[in-house]
Ligand binder design. Structure first.
Ligand SMILES: [Fe+2]
Length: 265
């Protein structure tokens, strides 16, 4: 039985995915009968109880990674429309081809047929503005409530210190997205992996400062002639176990590669 929580009128639940000694929480929110992200399909049974006991008029995705979109096909079958970034609609219409460790960790992501997000998302009583905030993925958006000063940030935050990323992520785009978001008036963030962060603005600021400092350090070492592996060893001397399990799909070296790639653009 999953625990259901409430924070300032926003209902949410949490599931915990464990893989060897690695653990990652996923938070799923309902605000004004709008579901924000659907959670991974590996937890479909538990999450279906959460879905069935609440009125959900539509589901909106911060991005289409399988831990956010995995239950979209299930919800779609019950008649709930799913909205996502227009550029990934055709990608969602096909079953996702995932590496084995992700399939094991999160479960499959079957095909579904989403509608394009555009402008604002209107609930009965609330409006969520769609903010394009790429970096973690090209389709990444956040949902901003200007009236009450909060944001559903998907995977933009996760933690104040980034230690590894996937190859398609961009550090410079994430920096731009953090700067764009920080121009808005907000305090609380609802993160897909860190949960409710009441000091959200402060934490986003910390993340921005950390990434800028990291970017500066990498550029300095690169200009001194160090190669990617040497820079990685100096900044991240320890290899995380998840890097081995993911065969380096998720690793600190990708941070260095991204910063140098963006520098040469
Ligand atoms: Fe993600």
């Amino acid at each position: 039985m999953i625990k259901i929580n409430n924070h300032n009128g926003i209902t949410y639940t949490k599931i915990a995915a464990k893989f060897f000694n690695y653990r990652l929480n996923v938070y799923i929110y309902i605000d004004d009968q709008i579901l924000i992200d659907t959670g991974p399909s590996r937890f479909a049974k538990a999450l279906n109880d959460f879905f069935k006991t609440h009125t959900i008029k539509k589901a909106i995705l911060t991005h289409c990674h399988e831990d956010h979109s995995g239950n979209a096909p299930l919800l779609e079958k019950t008649g709930i429309p799913i909205y996502t970034h227009p550029t990934v609609i055709s990608f969602c219409r096909k079953k996702a081809r995932l590496p084995a460790y992700r399939r094991f960790f999160w479960g499959k992501r079957l095909n579904f047929n989403p509608l394009p997000l555009s402008g604002n998302v209107e609930g009965d009583n609330k409006t969520l503005e769609v903010l394009e905030l790429p970096g973690h993925s090209s389709d990444h958006v956040a949902f901003y409530n200007a009236k009450n000063g909060y944001v559903f940030t998907g995977d933009l935050f996760v933690s104040p210190k980034t230690k590894m990323i996937m190859p398609e992520e961009s550090i410079s785009e994430t920096i731009n997205s953090l700067q764009t978001l920080l121009q808005r008036d907000f305090q609380t963030i609802y993160c897909a992996h860190a949960g409710v962060v009441e000091k959200g603005r402060e934490m986003m600021q910390k993340k921005l400062e950390h990434l800028k400092q990291l970017q500066g350090e990498v550029i300095k070492l690169h200009r001194q002639g160090f190669d990617i592996q040497a820079i990685n060893k100096r900044i991240f001397p320890q290899k995380a176990p998840i890097s081995l399990i993911s065969r380096n799909e998720w690793c600190s070296e990708n941070i260095i590669k991204s910063i140098i790639k963006d520098l040469n653009r």
